[in-house]
Design a protein around this ligand. Structure first.
Ligand SMILES: [Fe+2]
Ligand SMILES: [Fe+2]
Length: 457
């Protein structure tokens, strides 16, 4: 990070505090408020020239910017840090395109807008209600993963994940309902949504895999976008990609199909086979998406690139087929894998979802063609041949549900044994690792095949 950049953010934080104090003392349009706002806005815009988003966090008793605490201003900031802790804000995210009015309103809400009767966690909602398109607040999820794993029960995590899915559905519904409004794509909300997914990812990866394999049955198209984001984040995380990049990667994956908002609904929802003309309209969505995202303040250039490239394929046999010879970006290739996998696992109006075995065989047969071979191996190592949430029949005739993939052998996950070979449910389910062997060195269980639904008994 440039020294200059940290200095500017530090000055911006100091100005923000000053602004909060001035708002309490003077009327809304007072010249001292406007002067401070000009300085604050100027500093933020300068930093945002070089990056998409500024994230300021609170860790312990310090304000932190990109892992570097502002020790020099600890005392000065103590009032603001106290305030943020009381209202449960661990990070403030300001993205490119932010307007002066938004900054002013944010400072007002932060300084005086919260009534003392409101509960700590309500502030996130206060900010959401204010609809500040380029500012969001939240918790820092990634860094405190270990601690968080102790704090949240599986039920709480499941609820959190379900809520994130609902947030995702609301996010896309809003965009699709306001297709003609270029401002309907809200980058800050997309980042926030991905931040929530990353929060779950850092606590329980299997839960996310489980969700992607069970939610495919939902008929909502937006579930696909969320699943692709999750499946791409899982790949990036397994490849040890820089945590700071994960948010951009997840957001790019989330928005990969955004160009589809320009496809007429009768074509998008058509049950039968598409005509040649309709196919060519559908195939415009990568280019349309890239254009839309380039015009959306606050999104990274990666989002536009991923939208443009996600159907190009590893061997460049896909579309758009211009720019021959140009290599496809690695993140786009990860999104392609997630995209095709989720599409194959989903029920479509014109075909049933494929079994996990069929998807694996088909995708592996296209390794080196449609898909980057190493990225594909990485993908199935994380997901396994039978993803968490899949029902499988064992060689004993018993029925189990996969709970966790084993990276060593993708055919031998951990399972919960739930039904006996007559389809009767066990009173107490037992967990088995299919890598376990008996005294003779033979595997205790084999998976015969995946089964589409749980037994009726
Ligand atoms: Fe697409
Ligand atoms: Fe897609």
């Amino acid at each position: 990070m440039e020294k200059n950049e940290k200095q500017k953010v530090k000055e911006a934080v100091i100005t923000m505090l000053k602004l909060m104090q001035l708002i309490r003392l003077y009327d809304k349009g007072h010249v001292v408020i406007m002067n401070s706002l000009d300085i604050f806005y100027g500093l933020i815009c300068e930093v945002l020239q070089a990056k998409e988003c500024i994230m300021i966090g609170v860790v312990g008793n310090e304000m932190v910017y990109e892992k570097e605490p502002f020790y020099e201003i600890t005392n000065q900031m103590s009032e603001m840090i106290k305030r943020l802790k009381v209202i449960g804000v661990e990070k403030i995210m300001i993205s490119r395109g932010v307007k002066k009015d938004e900054l002013l309103e944010f400072c007002r809400l932060l300084g005086v807008g919260l009534k003392s009767s409101e509960k700590k966690k309500d502030f996130e909602k206060v900010i959401e209600k204010a609809e500040l398109a380029h500012i969001s607040v939240g918790k820092i999820y990634v860094q405190d993963a270990d601690q968080a794993a102790v704090e949240l029960s599986d039920n709480e995590l499941s609820r959190m994940a379900d809520m994130s899915y609902q947030d995702g559905v609301d996010f896309f519904t809003r965009i699709y309902n306001a297709k003609d409004d270029p401002d309907s794509i809200n980058a800050a909300l997309a980042y926030k949504l991905v931040g929530k997914i990353m929060g779950i990812l850092s606590r329980n990866k299997n839960l996310l895999v489980f969700l992607t394999s069970t939610k495919v049955k939902d008929r909502c198209t937006f579930v696909h976008d969320l699943n692709v984001s999750i499946l791409t984040l899982l790949q990036a995380e397994a490849l040890n990609m820089d945590r700071h990049l994960l948010n951009d990667i997840g957001t790019a994956a989330l928005l990969h199909d955004i160009g589809k908002i320009l496809i007429p609904e009768d074509i998008l929802n058509k049950n039968g086979k598409l005509t040649e003309k309709e196919t060519s309209i559908v195939r415009r969505h990568p280019v349309d998406g890239a254009k839309l995202l380039l015009d959306t303040p606050g999104t990274s250039i990666l989002s536009a690139l991923v939208s443009f490239e996600h159907h190009m394929l590893y061997d460049r046999s896909g579309y758009p087929n211009r720019l021959k010879g140009r290599k496809v970006n690695m993140i786009s290739m990860m999104v392609t894998i997630a995209d095709v996998y989720d599409a194959m696992r989903s029920n479509r109006p014109y075909r049933q979802a494929k079994t996990p075995e069929m998807v694996y065989d088909e995708m592996m047969s296209l390794s080196g063609g449609y898909f980057h071979p190493d990225l594909l191996v990485n993908f199935f190592k994380i997901i396994g041949l039978y993803p968490a949430g899949t029902w499988v029949e064992l060689n004993t005739g018993e029925i189990a549900m996969v709970s966790k993939a084993n990276m060593i052998d993708i055919r031998r996950p951990e399972v919960n044994l739930l039904y006996n070979n007559k389809g009767v449910k066990y009173d107490t389910p037992r967990t088995f690792n299919l890598l376990d062997k008996d005294e003779d060195g033979k595997y205790k269980f084999e998976i015969v095949k995946s089964v589409p639904f749980k037994p009726a008994v």
